[in-house]
Write a protein that binds this ligand. Structure first.
Ligand code: FAD
Length: 198
């Protein structure tokens, strides 16, 4: 688990010159962890099922640049590599091969913690479904990683795992805006001296 400062310090203690780390998933977190582990002297294998890492987020061209940057520095980036199992020795790939390591970091995304909302009456579909104002039901609001909110500009529901999204969506909650919600879709919100228009 890599969630807190203590988790990060514990991981750092397992790394160092010559230590082998397998990172499963070359998304933002996996790539970042791989780069830091490499800088600490670890031998890093970065495994990613997609042909180009991060292409879904930054496009193929930039994804290829990032892949080259990792490889040029000595990270053993393997694309088209799907991990099926964490083993005693490291991890096993879908083709049966094993990659050995002293440490394994799995960075393949997260699931919203919504099981406890079963039967609550809220709509849960990979997150708590809510409107553009974070309202999931009358008087019930969701913000942050767990919220799947309607994006008025793109016209689709979105769930974004990003700290800035958590903070900016929280602004939409009642009590954080000076104008009553729904009264005007272009509202001015003021928090901590900053102003935004939605
Ligand atoms: C390793 C890592 C690196 C990251 N790096 C970045 C970064 O560089 N930049 C960035 O913008 N974002 C980053 N993120 C994402 C960022 O941490 C999240 O988007 C942000 O924390 C979301 O805030 P949140 O409050 O929605 O959820 P969280 O921070 O996950 O907080 C949710 C809290 O609710 C608690 N909880 C869960 N269920 C219940 C329950 N039933 N009852 C009570 N409490 C409950 C949890 O224990 C937790 O404390 C990173 C995430 C990780 C894991």
């Amino acid at each position: 688990m890599l969630r807190s400062l203590d988790d990060a310090l514990a991981l750092r203690d397992r790394l160092g010159p010559g230590r082998r780390l397998v990172v499963v998933g070359a998304g933002f977190l996996g790539a970042e962890a791989a780069a830091v582990a490499w800088r600490l002297g670890a031998r890093v294998t970065l495994l990613e099922p997609a042909p180009v890492p991060l292409a879904h987020a930054v496009g193929e061209e930039v994804g290829r640049v990032l892949a080259r940057a990792h490889r040029e520095r000595g990270v053993d980036l393997r694309t088209g590599a799907t991990v099926t199992e964490v083993t005693e020795a490291g991890v096993r790939l879908a083709d049966g091969r094993e990659v050995e390591a002293e440490g394994v970091l799995v960075a393949i995304g997260s699931l919203p913690n919504t099981e406890w909302l079963a039967g609550s009456g809220l709509t849960v579909a990979d997150g708590v479904v809510c409107d553009a104002y974070c309202e999931a039901a009358p008087g019930v609001y969701a913000a942050g990683d767990v919220a799947r909110w309607h994006h008025p500009h793109f016209g689709v529901p979105m769930r974004i795992e990003h700290r800035t999204n958590a903070a900016s969506r929280a602004w939409r909650l009642p009590g954080t805006c000076s104008v009553p919600r729904r009264a005007n879709r272009s509202r001015r919100c003021r928090t901590s001296g900053r102003t935004s228009t939605t």
